[in-house]
Design a protein around this ligand. Structure first.
Ligand code: HEM
Length: 278
């Protein structure tokens, strides 16, 4: 079955859209490198960062498919979850490959670098988990493992995402806005999952609770990090979330994401109200 076909063998616009989305960041990068005018070519580190960013983004997007599917009441979204997860693996492997190219494929140098830096050990662990999940993402592996064992194994995607966020945080030199924002999104996804395991899918009350609690925790985590690593007063960092003196803080992006989830829930409910009790 071609990647752009659904299980019934029909052309799937949703799968085509997602497939194009997975390649789009690579095309954008190649276009940027090819048409630079007077600008000098980017350094290899720019490509490494670009691939790392997209590996983590696609990994979190793959984890967001189940909540989105339930919130939007759109079961067919499941058709693209595996594709996005494998896409995240491909971006993570490209990120690792570019790191290897930067070191001229000197395997002993690559291993030496990885072992010496904790953030690389963490990234390496994340790649290994993603590779295991990728290798067992096919129907045959699912059948061989059995549904329950397969689902338990694939929960490791949360561990890989957590390691990806820690790796992102540890490699950041000073500005931790990106990793803190990703940590906030991951916290929302994990909290949603925790509520989802209690029977019925999370409803309005859970979504509103998450939209308040997760951005607040994100803001506190950010202030805590700077308080630990720099002499900046934590209160000033917390207040920057409401006075915007340093631009939009990670908590605001997390709040935006949580508010979008809530809005999607309300719109889906309006369009498809639950059947009235007999
Ligand atoms: C063996 C595995 C890995 C290696 C060797 C590796 C290596 C690196 C290196 C060298 C950097 C740049 C650090 C700097 O400039 O000081 C980086 C950044 C990054 N990596 Fe990895 N990485 C690995 C795995 C991963 C994985 C699995 C993910 C995501 C799931 C990831 C996401 C990122 C992100 C988001 C950044 C920062 C990008 C930015 O600052 O814009 N990495 N990694």
């Amino acid at each position: 079955m071609a990647l752009w076909h659904d299980r019934a063998g029909k052309l799937s616009p949703l799968r085509i859209f997602v497939l194009l989305g997975l390649f789009a960041p690579a095309v954008a990068f190649i276009v940027d490198v090819s048409f630079r005018g007077d600008r000098p070519p980017p350094e290899m580190s720019v490509a490494i960062h670009h691939a790392g960013d997209w590996a983590l983004r696609f990994l979190l997007i793959s984890l967001a498919i189940t909540p989105a599917r339930q919130i939007l009441n759109w079961p067919r979204l499941i058709q693209v979850r595996r594709m996005i997860g494998v896409g995240a693996l491909a971006w993570a492997l490209s990120h690792f490959l570019l790191f290897g190219i930067d070191l001229m494929f000197d395997v002993s140098k690559v291993l030496e670098e990885v072992v010496k830096r904790p953030y690389l050990v963490v990234g390496f662990a994340a790649v290994l988990i993603l590779a295991v999940l990728g290798a067992t993402s096919f129907d045959a592996a699912m059948r061989r493992l059995g549904g329950k064992r397969w689902r338990n194994l694939h929960r490791l995607a949360y561990v890989a995402a957590l390691l990806g966020v820690v790796h992102f945080l540890l490699q950041a030199k000073f500005n931790v806005s990106g990793p803190v924002m990703m940590a906030g999104f991951l916290l929302w996804l994990m909290a949603w999952r925790a509520f989802d395991r209690r029977g019925a899918p999370p409803g309005f009350a859970v979504l509103i609770g998450l939209a308040i609690a997760v951005p607040l925790l994100t803001a506190v985590a950010e202030a805590g990090w700077y308080a630990w690593k720099t002499p900046a007063p934590p209160l000033r960092i917390l207040l920057s979330n409401i006075n915007f003196e340093a631009g939009a803080r990670p908590a605001l992006w997390v709040l935006t994401g949580a508010a979008i989830a809530l809005a999607m829930f309300l719109v889906a409910k309006m369009l498809k109200p639950a059947p009235a009790a007999a």
